[in-house]
Ligand binder design. Structure first.
Ligand SMILES: C[S@@+](CC[C@H](N)C(=O)[O-])C[C@H]1O[C@@H](n2cnc3c(N)ncnc32)[C@H](O)[C@@H]1O
Length: 204
């Protein structure tokens, strides 16, 4: 199969699927066009709750359309954001993931983030190291024991290498007593996307 060893997005989703059950609460930190949000919905089902965030309205609307087409019940908040209740369905919020923990209603079983720019959108509007690291810190605090955080990094666009370094530093520094961390990387293509998966141990 062509490019069989660089399917990091699918591997991220697969590694999340190992710990997610129907009915769970899960979070997508970067909704984009909604492909990860849809994959999460397919894992948690109609009795589960998916919270998906983005700062670009066009991303939230694209995600909403994809989710509605996929048969999901969608709630969209774009202003006067209120903290969420535990409730089956998809919550789409126009909010910066640098400060998102306060809206999450319980400890999520899984959190995903595909970094970089919105495919089909403005390629100069990208995730940034400072806000990404803040989002990852909150994610690690929120996760339930046994839950996983999946992050796909795109080092190939302007600013991507710096973000990749910041994300790598973040995961490398996570205490091994609290998190098991896996990295998947194409060793002979430094500009290829790479993946981190962190699983929270039951010890904290
Ligand atoms: C690579 S795309 C996500 C792809 C998406 N997961 C999918 O399946 O289609 C990255 C997204 O991150 C969003 N983003 C950038 N900075 C953000 C921030 N600080 N908070 C939340 N979303 C952000 C962008 O607007 C963009 O839609």
């Amino acid at each position: 199969m062509k490019h069989a060893l660089i399917r990091v997005v699918e591997w991220g989703q697969e590694l999340l699927s190992e710990v997610i059950q129907p009915g769970d609460l899960v979070v997508d930190l970067t909704a984009g066009n909604g492909q990860d949000t849809l994959a999460l919905f397919q894992l948690v089902g109609k009795m589960g709750q998916v919270v998906a965030l983005d700062v670009q309205p066009q991303a939230l609307l694209a995600t909403r359309d994809r989710m509605v087409a996929g048969g999901a019940k969608v709630r969209l908040q774009q202003q006067d954001i209120q903290p969420l209740q535990c409730e089956p369905g998809i919550d789409l919020l126009e909010i910066n993931h640098a400060e998102f923990a306060w809206i999450i209603p319980a400890a999520p079983q899984g959190i995903i983030s595909n970094l970089g720019f919105l495919p089909g959108g403005d390629r100069e509007f990208v995730t940034r190291p400072e806000s990404t690291v803040l989002a990852l810190e909150q994610s690690c605090s929120l996760l339930v024991a046994g839950g996983r955080l999946v992050v796909v990094v795109y080092p190939g666009h302007p600013g991507g290498a710096e973000e990749g370094a910041a994300v790598t530093h973040f995961f490398t520094e996570l205490p091994s007593v609290d998190f098991q961390v896996l990295q998947m990387k194409v060793s002979n293509r430094p500009e290829a996307p790479f993946l981190f998966v962190a699983e929270k141990t039951g010890l904290i």
